[in-house]
Design a protein around this ligand. Structure first.
Ligand code: ZN
Length: 373
């Protein structure tokens, strides 16, 4: 099994400088090779392969000697990333968010993620990670790293914290016992997750509190004049609060998905409606969708780790309109404000959200030809 371990890094000033320099260099070679590839195609109608682009690196290093100061495997990974983005565009592939890949964008300093990936000479110690050109970088190793190390991705957050993500394969993952239980899940308006067993997982109080504080900090930032010292301080506070919330939410989602994969053998979820999500300007709904997307991502790999089953049910399946007991389709429930309804046919009392999850479970089991729960 493949898995990644993410740890906080505590670089020295020199190490930090070299990391920042590497972020700049990987962005530079990405942009340079993308430009050559595009121009060659425009001029000669000739397509360069990604390998051709990787072979440009020695020449680029001669032309720009400062490229030699950083890890060469990081430069290679960056060019390969460019190649993947370029090929995805030509193959008309869709991104993780389900959108059609556009022509790869040139990376601008302020709008691209500060990160790079090293492929070789990586070692993990008790409280440090050894990375090419940097040597041992102090790190908080919170879990023992197992398996065979493939790569290390160094990144910096907007508030200036450094992290390393170590990707390993051949990791032995302890298996949970089979429970024989099946569940349907849905995202609610008020609740983060609703299960077909009737359990609702709301947003935890600490998250609600943290979001209120973020709103307060954002109001303060809007009152400062751009470019001033106080503006920069306020911007940093907002960035930090964003990171706190993102981490808390991620932590909560990890606990939740681990619980779900431990408790159930078959998990049925509704596909994320990306088109609808992007059109949605309602903030609370956007955040809920974002958490749902992350939750499904975690469920996908955790069910794979545990040899359990995740079934995705089509997004146009009218899960909230069908009575979970007798399958009567009630169009009156299309309106989101209808929270509960009585079935006109079998007179069962349906809670909107729980009813939807029961239908998702039923539809999921039908898709994998399993008898209803
Ligand atoms: Zn009914």
């Amino acid at each position: 099994m493949e898995r990644a371990y993410k740890f906080r890094l505590y670089p020295t000033i020199q190490q930090k400088e070299l990391m920042l320099k590497t972020f700049g260099c990987v962005r530079f070679v990405y942009n340079q090779t993308l430009a050559v590839r595009r121009d060659t195609y425009d001029r000669d109608k000739k397509s360069l392969s990604t390998n051709d682009c990787v072979k440009m690196l020695p020449d680029l290093k001669e032309q720009y000697p400062w490229l030699k100061e950083v890890d060469s495997t990081a430069l290679q990974s960056s060019v390969k990333n460019m190649g993947r983005a370029y090929e995805n565009f030509f193959r008309g592939l869709r991104t993780q968010q389900g959108l059609k890949s556009g022509f790869p964008k040139f990376k601008a300093k302020h709008h691209s993620k500060a990160s790079y990936t090293s492929k070789m000479n990586i070692f993990v110690g008790d409280s440090a990670v050894k990375l090419p050109k940097l040597g041992w970088v102090k790190a908080k190793i919170s879990t023992p790293v197992k398996g065979h190390l493939l790569s290390a991705t160094v990144s910096m957050t907007r508030s200036g914290k450094f992290f390393v993500s170590l990707c390993c394969n051949d990791v032995d993952i302890p298996q949970y016992a089979s429970t024989g239980k099946k569940v349907g899940l849905d995202v609610g308006i008020k609740d983060l997750v609703i299960t077909s067993d009737g359990v609702k997982f709301g947003n935890p109080k600490f998250l609600v509190r943290a979001e209120k504080r973020l709103a307060h900090l954002q109001r303060e930032l809007s009152r400062k004049s751009k470019g001033s010292k106080n503006y920069e301080k306020a911007r940093l506070r907002v960035a930090k609060q964003h990171e706190i919330i993102a981490n808390q939410r991620l932590d909560y989602l990890h606990k939740l998905t681990t619980y779900l994969v431990r408790s159930y053998d078959v998990i049925c979820v509704e596909n994320l409606n990306v088109a609808g999500m992007l059109k949605n300007h309602h903030l609370a709904k956007a955040i809920a969708d974002c958490s749902w997307g992350e939750m499904c991502r975690q469920l996908k790999y955790k069910t794979a780790w545990q040899h359990k089953t995740l079934v995705e049910v089509g997004r146009f399946f009218p899960s909230s309109q069908i009575c979970g007991s007798c399958e009567f389709q009630n169009p009156e429930t299309k309106d989101l404000s209808v929270r509960e309804w009585e079935c006109p046919q079998c007179h069962s009392h349906n809670d909107r959200d729980v009813n939807a999850t029961k239908n998702i479970l039923k539809e999921g089991l039908r898709l994998i030809n399993q008898p209803a729960a």
